[in-house]
Every structure is written in C-alpha cells, then in structure tokens.
Design a protein around this ligand. Structure first.
Ligand code: FAD
Ligand code: MLT
Ligand code: ZN
Length: 488
C-alpha cells in the first residue's frame, strides 16, 4: 500500500466545490466532516482516507460531468456504493473525491418473461430482491451485506456470495451495463439480450474492475425464478476430508436443487457465539471440528424435503455426519443462515481482523488454516476458517484485538506464497482493493498484468479513477506467478 500521495493529482479547490454545487445542488455535495467520516472509513474500520468532499449525483449525466471536470483538473475519484467492501477499495487513501452512487437508485424495468431487471447502480441488493420477489423472481446473488451493498458495488467487485454454486458468477448473469469513463464518456452496453456476439464484450471489463475503469451507473441482470421450496440443513462433520465426501454426495443426491454448500470450523462457531448477540447454535449438544450449511432451492416442497432427508440419512449412515438438523420453518432457516452470515460481523465485533479470501483446490484448503495456526502459535490471535466450499473459496481470518505489524509479518507473505504455490487465487471474491494492490502477481502472470495496465490507460489515461487500488502503482508486484507455480 503506498504511503505517499501521488503529487501529480490536483487538490480540491473552492472553485471545484462551486462547480460541483452548481451541478448537483447543495445536497449533492458533502463537505461536513461528520458526514464525511462515514464515507472515508471502510466497513471494518481498518482503512481510512482524508477526503474533504463527497459527491452524490442523481443521474448518469451528472456522473459524466463530474468525471469530465475531475479528469480535466486531474482530481482523483473513488467510486463508492454501499461501502461494505472488505479490501479497502471503496474508501480514499488520501484526499481523493468520493463519488457515491446512493442517489442513483431507480429501478428502470423488469421483464416478467425473461426475468431481466434493469436498474441504476445504487439500488440496494436486498431491495432489488424484494422487488423482483414480488414478480416471482430472485436476485442471482445473495450475501451477508445484502441490506447495504449496492448492485453497482456487487458488479464492480464481481461479488460471489452464498449461491454462486447454483446461479453462477455475475460474469454470466449480468447482461449489460452502463458506465461512465474517466473523461465523462458514457458507454451504453445496457442490453437485455442473452445472446450477443457483436465484437468484444466490453461489459465484462467493468465486472470486477473495482471502480478503476469507470463508474457503473446502471445494470441489466438476469434473475432466476424464485424457488418456492427452500430447505436448509446444518451438519456436524468430524474432519475436512469427510466434508469433501459429503459434498460429492450432496451433488449426487440433491442434484439440480442444491443451492449452497458452506462450511465453518469450530473456531468460527465459537467466536460467533461469543461476539454476536442473538445467534443460536443449531446443534448445541454436538462439538466437532466442522459444520456445514447445505441448502436446496426447488419447486416441490414435499419432494425436496424428502430429498434433503434422504441425503441426511445416507451421510449419517455412512458415518460422515455425526449429527444434523433440517430447519422446520422460516425461523429455523433464518437462524442457521444468521449464524453463517454472522461470522464476519462477529469478527468485526471481536476487534481487528486480517482477512484472506482465497480460492484453491478444495482438498488442500484447510491445511492452510492449520499451518497458519501453527505459525501464529503463542501470539494473541484466533485463526478461523469458513467459506463457500462448493466454490473452492476459503475465508481465512485472523482475529486479534488490535492491528499489529508483528502479527502481520507472520501472516504475509506466507499466506500468498502458500496459495500461489497451489495455483490458487489471492482474491476469490472480495477483490484486490488497496489491501492487495501489489499482490496480483501471486495469481496472474506478468504479461497479463502488463496488459491490464494497458487497458487501464485506454479507459483512464490520467489515472484519476480509484488510484492506488487493484494494480501495482509502478507495475511491480509482489509474488511472481510463474516462479510460484513452478515451486508447486
Ligand atoms: P463498495 O464497498 O462501496 O465498493 C466496492 C468496490 O467497488 C470499490 O472498489 C468501489 O470503488 C467499487 N464500486 C462500488 N460501486 C461502484 C460503481 N457503481 N461503479 C464503479 N465502481 C464501484 N463479498 C462477496 O463477494 N461475497 C460475500 O459473501 C460477501 N459477504 C459479505 C458479508 C458482509 C457482512 C460484508 C460486510 C461484506 C461482504 N462481502 C462479500 C463484501 C462486499 O459486500 C461485496 O464486495 C459487495 O459487492 C460490495 O458492494 P458495495 O456496494 O458495498 O461496494
Ligand atoms: C462471507 O462469505 O461471509 C463473506 O465473504 C464475508 C467474509 O469473508 O467475512
Ligand atoms: Zn464469502
């Protein structure tokens, strides 16, 4: 993370504020220090910038004029959605202007035949789900931050979440988007077509770009029919090798209705029960190293329940699952998901947290948690592992009271090197942000990173969009993809 502000960026002057007020009105320009504090600080309270102005446009045209002005003046800009990101991507490092999409919150259309939703980027995920729910559809993604994250932020991080296993990634479900480039050019690819092979698929570049290529102002997204029968089970499993057997059997037995396969370790469970009020242990009499949340989403209540019950009986007969429960009503379902989704909130309540979001071959996944625990033995930390097992995505979290360079030294670069040696990814779903802006080389080749730098310069020649994030500033990254892959 760079510690020095790039002096080539201009500083905001009173004439800039006058311009923004003229464009957005007084309510669209935030300069009050209390209001700015919330926009300067990330969700974890780990990253904090020093922006003196935030802008709240209400239309794509206003976004375009803001960026054209900032580009001409060389003022750096941080696009911000719900500010729930976990890698410091949504907040400034220094005095970058915050451009928040909160007021770009209109639903434009919903097509009940195809299930295609078109909306502005500041719409909150949970509200969108409620809207399409009224038409018998559901959003193709779901995550613990759904109450505050925005669809533009989801698209810009290519968020994964709890149902990627079932509905796939946003690279598949986003059908089109509208984005504003650094110079104010509006790129309209807001199609609603399933099939369109005309030239390069530009929308894909904005998906997961973390605000470095443009500001996403509207999105068109394909929603699947809302499942009328949802069943959730919570299972106790003795070891990580057995989890994999249960996963294979779940895919065989539950087939097309399997919609989530999540795991948490005993340490995650204990930490969440300790630090989060209102969570319930679904199996209070069973202590085992691992727990699973398995969900089915289908259309036949009795048939789907029977399938889940048959699956549970089978894995218990095999001796793979020591104890298990199937939620009997929506309260029990919410309690199981509340525990799983509550882990990140509990980690926040517990103090400081070093978060790693990795993907790798599933059989090797938990060894990293164990090795990290061994490396940190004797230090005042709790190492927990949980994640989207069905997607090969591990969330390794090291919880401690305060951020401490000595602890960090024991974790990095170990975690990144370990992952790279197995050809894994140092960002499965949270992105690189400022936390890992110099880490892309652990996962991507030098040639790929160079090409990304060239793309960035085409879209944003003055580098005003989300500087110090995603790509290494000087082109040099920690880690060497090929060297690490060779070491594997
Ligand atoms: P922000 O945090 O505001 O921004 C994230 C990044 O996108 C930043 O780089 C920002 O500059 C950029 N950005 C935001 N909006 C735009 C825009 N309109 N145009 C261009 N760039 C933009 N993530 C997952 O992938 N899976 C999970 O399961 C998951 N669970 C979470 C649970 C909790 C409790 C929390 C707090 C976070 C979780 N996250 C998860 C991380 C986070 O919620 C997601 O990354 C989410 O997609 C971010 O959306 P946001 O609107 O809050 O974006
Ligand atoms: C999750 O899966 O719970 C989210 O990605 C958030 C986190 O990793 O803490
Ligand atoms: Zn996750």
């Amino acid at each position: 993370m760079p510690l020095i502000r790039d002096p080539s960026y201009a500083r905001v002057e009173s004439s800039d504020i006058d311009y923004f007020r003229g464009l957005l009105g007084d309510t669209g320009v935030i300069t009050d220090s209390t209001a700015l504090q919330a926009l300067n600080q990330d969700w974890m309270g780990k990253y904090e910038g020093k922006s003196t102005v935030a802008l709240r446009p209400k239309s794509t045209e206003q976004v375009s004029k803001i960026l054209a002005h900032c580009n001409a003046r060389r003022l750096a800009v941080v696009p911000q959605g719900g500010n729930t990101g976990l890698v410091g991507g949504s907040v400034p490092l220094f005095d970058e202007i915050v451009l928040t999409t909160t007021n770009l919150n209109r639903i434009i259309s919903f097509d009940e035949v195809s299930g295609t939703l078109v909306c502005e980027s500041g719409c909150i995920l949970e509200e969108l789900d409620r809207h399409v729910g009224g038409h018998g559809f559901t959003m193709p993604l779901d995550l613990g931050a759904k109450g505050s994250c925005q669809i533009g932020g989801n698209v810009s991080t290519n968020a994964g979440g709890l149902r990627l296993l079932r509905y796939g990634s946003l690279h598949g479900t986003v059908l089109g988007l509208e984005a504003v480039l650094a110079d104010g050019t509006i790129v309209d690819t807001l199609q609603t077509l399933r099939k369109d092979n005309t030239g390069y698929d530009l929308k894909q570049l904005f998906i997961g770009a973390e605000g470095t290529l443009g500001v996403v102002t509207a999105v068109s997204i394909l929603c699947p029919p809302r499942p009328s029968a949802v069943h959730v089970s919570y299972l106790a499993v003795p070891d990580f090798a057995t989890i994999q057997k249960v996963f294979v059997r779940a895919r065989q037995k539950l087939g097309e209705i399997l919609s989530a396969f999540e795991f948490l370790d005993q340490q995650s469970l204990e930490l969440t029960l300790e630090h989060l009020e209102g969570v319930r242990n679904p199996l209070p009499d069973t202590q085992t190293p691992f727990y699973l949340v398995v969900e089915t989403s289908g259309s036949n209540e009795a048939h789907d329940y029977e399938k889940m019950e048959g699956f549970l009986e089978e894995v218990m007969e095999e001796g793979w699952v020591l104890d298990g429960t199937i939620a009997q009503d929506s309260t029990q379902t919410a309690a199981i998901w509340g525990l799983r989704e509550g882990i990140s909130v509990a980690l926040k309540h517990a103090g400081a947290v070093y978060k790693y979001d990795l993907s790798m071959p599933v059989p090797e996944m938990y060894s990293l948690v164990e090795e990290t625990r061994q490396r940190l033995a004797g230090l005042p930390v709790e190492v927990v592992g949980y994640g989207h097992l069905g997607d090969g995505n591990l969330h390794l979290n090291i919880s401690t009271k305060h951020y401490d360079e000595n602890i960090l030294k024991h974790i990095e670069p170990f975690v990144y090197e370990w992952t790279a040696a197995r050809r894994g990814s140092v960002s499965a779903e949270h992105g690189l942000g400022q936390m890992k802006a110099d880490c892309i080389g652990y996962t991507k080749s030098q040639e790929a990173v160079k090409l990304m730098g060239q793309i960035k310069r085409v879209f944003d020649p003055n580098g005003i969009l989300n500087p110090y994030k995603v790509l290494p500033q000087d082109g040099a990254s920690r880690g060497d993809h090929h060297a690490n892959a060779m070491a594997a």
